[in-house]
Design a protein around this ligand. Sequence first.
Ligand code: ADP
Ligand code: ZN
Ligand code: ZN
Length: 725
Amino acid sequence: MFADVIIDQDAKALDKVFEYIIPENIDITIGMRVYVPFSTRILQGFVVNIKDNCNYDNSKVKKIISKVEDFSAIKPEMLKLMQFMANKYHLKLASILRLFLPSEMREGKVKELFENYYYLNKNIDFKINKNAIKQQQLLDYLSEKEKEKSSVLADLFGYSALKSLFEKKYILKEQQKIKRTPFYLSTNTKKVQLNYGQQNALNSIKENRTYLLHGVTGSGKTEVYMNLIENVLKAGKNAIMLVPEISLTPQIMSNFKGRFGELVAVLHSGLSSGEKFDEWKRLFSGEARIAIGARSAIFAPLDNLGIIIVDEEHEQSYISESNPRYDTHDVAEFRAKENNCPLVLGSATPSIDSYEKAKQGTYKLIEMPIRANGKELPKIQIVDMMNEIRMGNSGIFSNQLLAELINVINNKKQAMIFINRRGFSSFMRCRDCGYIAKCSDCDVSLVYHREDNRLKCHYCGKQFKVLDKCPKCGSDKIKYGAVGTEQVVHKLKELFPLVKILRMDNDTTMTKNSHQKILNEFKNSLPAILVGTQMIAKGHDFENVVLVGIVDADQSLYHADYRSTERTFQLITQVAGRAGRSENEGKVILQTYSPKHYVYKFASNYDYKGFFRKEENIRETAQFPPFTKILRILFSDFDENYVRDLLKICYTEIEKLKTKYSDDIIYFDAMKSPIKKIMDKYRYQIMLRYKLKNADNIEKEIFEIVDKTASKSSVFFEVNPQNLS
Ligand code: ADP
Ligand code: ZN
Ligand code: ZN
């Protein structure tokens, strides 16, 4: 017998199937990982097919050496998924397969963990010296408890007592596998009576198709998800639920653990490698039947899926922006189809793409327009910051926001202040000559972090000394850029020295559990103000939050990105949704320099449909997605001449397509990327915009052209890129 093997290496030349002989004495199944000889080396590979005949020269074909482990780590469904992703995104096969396994398993660093347990030897009579008190105590302890961990016994009675009892064979040892399951308190969640909207949603979701669940913030979508999952389990099937990384709060985990206990496994980047490995194994073995996690949990090793849920489906984080680049929506749709089960996309602010699909009937729309607590959504008040300046207030906070903050403090309640920029101020610039401090490896301006008195690059993390003088002209007139979270906290502490003020952003949540600590501290402090980036925008359900302040709403608005208005709408709605979630009424103050922009009119009225119609119209007229597609081909390398040459060759070839598809291609150009260099790699790009009709053919031809000319490792394809930096 022969096996088709994909070598687990990241080289373009190896990106194909290699054939090997399966030795008689090794039992190989499809999906198994194996060791194979490859030129002079021994490499790991994945068996993707088993067959009777071999196409390769029979005198040259080599033998598989051995298995990596005794089971097929890649299930048949995942092999199909690999093919699907390779075709759709033009990715290397090995890079796709790697997504399906915890990286710890591939690198062989993490093994199953065992711990020694001791128990009494019942076949021996004990003779303990009277002075050996610890030994006697240990025996007494074990006679009451059937067995105990060696670490516990050593702690209680000392290592020498343990050792001598073991040497006398009074106690015996056994090894037991330890599960490193991430710990979450399980809250005793009593089942709530579903309201009409929830019941309707639950009843509607039955078929093997995609549903778009459009429910306002606080409408109780989580409860719908839990009921759906419960039904799926009852039917003997399994479930995947995705949430954005930042909504993986202890709160939501506790609720799920409370309802489903050990059947839940969680997968996200905050876990230790051991925890990730063990959670993956619990899913693989069928011990856990619900996978909850961020983007990568869509690859959970569960078969027999009864439902896939993608919460906050509009979230950018569902699209992988680093290699391998893929869109979770596509993968979820593929797996739902393979498993014949419903896919539920939930959001208070669906992406324009998804809502358009619902409008066209591709997705089925389900609406939950009312909050579960029966309360109105918090009122959003727009404050014109130009007007504040005219009135002599050039500070961070408008007078309205200050007044409301004082109100919150006096009533011993809580406020959240949202500012989507971390650090103290966005850049440092010389007032005299205009010099801006930039990262040496990336073409971006450095952000001032006051806390550690450093300039930091938000792309590569490099740190630099703060400038007291301009390095170019020597002037000491340094100007600071736009306000960030640190500065907001700094100002609030000045204004309200006695109030608990907390900050949550990438800088304060770097260590494990810091996220949770900040949220707990906030929860238990009255009054309190939580300042944060979009980390505070999602999922949180704090009953005492009565005020939300959006310091600089325009921040996401003026990006050179067709989705920036959509993002602004989503952010405002999500952040505003944090207020007034219990008996307390909520209020939102939104500060802007462009109060007339249509996005604010619609957002402040929670008019999603109005916003959608306007946005749809603009995109259709201007021929932007979802009515067309954008393809970015990004070339990047340390050698600038090399990338530029590559770009030129590809450009000339692709230009020929422009004539062939003259009706379809709307835009075609080559240029430096907006950020010319990241981590010392130069970046050039070709951008295309084309109609949907021939999109598949155009993409296929472009993939072929680029494949011929470039080595894939320095070229990335992105369809409708999220981020044009
Ligand atoms: P969403 O995810 O739609 O923003 P949540 O699922 O967080 O909303 O629910 C908002 C709040 O409403 C939660 O505190 C939840 O416990 C509560 N809730 C959900 N369903 C009901 C119900 N049927 N009756 C009463 N309260 C509910
Ligand atoms: Zn200067
Ligand atoms: Zn940098």
